[in-house]
Write a protein that binds this ligand. Sequence first.
Ligand code: SF4
Length: 694
Amino acid sequence: TLPVANITTRTTCPYCGVGCGVLATPQPDGSVAIAGDPEHPANLGRLCSKGSALGETLGLEGRLLYPESDGVRVTWDVALERVANTFKRTINAFGPNSVAFYGSGQLLTEDYYVANKLMKGFIGSGNMDTNSRLCMASSVAGHKRAFGSDTVPGNYEDLELADLVVLVGSNLGWCHPVLYQRIVKAKAERPDMRVVLIDPRRTVSADIADLHLAVQSDGDSALFVGLLAHLANAGIAAPDFVIDHTSGVDAALLIAEDWDLARVAAVTGLAEKAIALFYDWFARTEKAVTVYSQGVNQSASGTDKVNAIINCHLLTGRIGRPGMGPFSVTGQPNAMGGREVGGLANTLAAHMDFTPDAIERVGRFWGSDSIATEPGLKAVDLFAAMGRGEIKAVWIMATNPVDSMPEADMVRAALAVCPFVVVSDMTGSTDTGVTAHVRLPAAGWGEKDGTVTNSERRISRQRPFLTLPGQARPDWWLIKEVAQRMGFVDAFSYANPGEIFAEHAALTAFENDGSRDLDLSGLLDADYASLPPTQWPVRRKPRARMFGDGQFFTPDGKARFVPVLPPPPFAPPPGRFILNTGRVRDHWHTMTRTGKTARLSAHYAEPFVEVHPTDAARLNIHRATLVRLSNRHGSAIVRALVTDRQRRGHLFVPMHWTDQFASNGRIDALVAAKVDPVSGQPALKMAEVHAEPL
Ligand code: SF4
């Protein structure tokens, strides 16, 4: 019966991890009016440029509308049979670890749940990873080391209640604009509120910063280890909290005490005076929130950086109370929901890991005796294994690794040698989609029905307001159809996403005596259709903050300090630059949606490289000069944007452009596949490149 003109649907934005509520109203002329939902707690009616342009991105141009096998349109039966039979044959011949799923923070929780259940529960392999590996894995690992669980302690309101907001590796102004707007408003109302930006670039977020620390790449570990020492030396520690609710402080301080101002300055490239000012503000401000994002996570020492930040909040007891705490903001709309169902290769399900107890419990809940018993391959390892011929069948869902993975040309080469590649996507010919043997048309935003979880643990509904075009189907349906054709009929007999959500909620509550953070038992009888935005855990009632009671999910109930040894400063060889990558304000990922509207492309129409004026002069690069960036992994040609927002010796190139939109613009082809040893997250913020004018 969809769409119905002038009937408004309450849904959620499909872009960033702020998770804004959206009101979508189909118009008699076929267009869709978009407005912010004034009742959604994340945005209270606001939308950013991307969210407000959603109505312009709903056209069918470029859509994959029919199943295809070897480039030929086929029926759903033919496509699904081929996928199921090929996966079955491959598993029979080479074992369950010869196949893999690679998912996305764009999937809804219900899609993610069914994919994870099929791979880990019934195929019996841990090889279900996701592009959230590129986004949040270091925060997940840091949370688990400190809290014993992957728990974000605070909520968005804390950013407004804080007297000091520290933004680390986060261009909130462009990447989480509505959250940024909330801080701008709070600061306007309380001018004494301070903002510190820690970022090698003077991004737009510096506009509200009282202090910008243009830290050397990966210098943030040293900055926070030095802060820990300063807090201890200045007597700012909260001794009762530290003694009663934490462990390991002495080991963390033992390393930190060697990091005085001079040493921190040497590694970070910052002036001692500026560091001292930041330390003084942090020490003297009880209500302090440290917001961190990809500049922290996308690093070869990302997990340590997360723990260096958390250590400072544990030492001061500033966690789980209004206006204070470490706060990881997720990049994608449902990176959190994917983590919740176990969508990372090193997690099993419902925030349970591959422990003997959890394997037995989840296997019993799912009624499966073939459940995976060990973690699978993380993204970078997964594509490397594919390149070696070890992964013989892969299903890539709603993501574009040929553009977004580090050493992206290697990923393309790996897919070219993989005997069987399935891509399910709403877009027809992404750089990944063209490598597929079978392409499955997936439903997109406005057509899909399910839930997402935003950065403050808030579950919100995405609801459909458009008819499914062509033969597109929801991702959960595709996966369950393949599962049933593989012989897992009863376990995947879902009729709708509400049934899947109910099963997910039941698993979070299953034999959960309070020792697991994720508990949705309060939603078991909820009306899925009208589910309001709800923060978890939801045992009896939602909880806005975690850990305010000093209880953590470690075996002894105490939070753990993690000793962090900062890495040495990174200096590229002479003549090379440090390349940083990231987002621009008006595009999302590989532009399959935002690239459809001229309004969003008006901000930046083509890929560019930010270069400092001194470096530009030395290389004879002028404004708008075409510049070739290259290293042993690949090359890109982008236009120069000469600006002193950039540090000398550093370059910045946005991540969005693909072969579809700008040949030679795929910047992740130049990023080495170096990963954090704990989280497996790639260091997408730091590559070594050569630059020359064309
Ligand atoms: Fe969408 Fe993020 Fe913008 Fe909100 S801030 S409208 S969730 S892109």
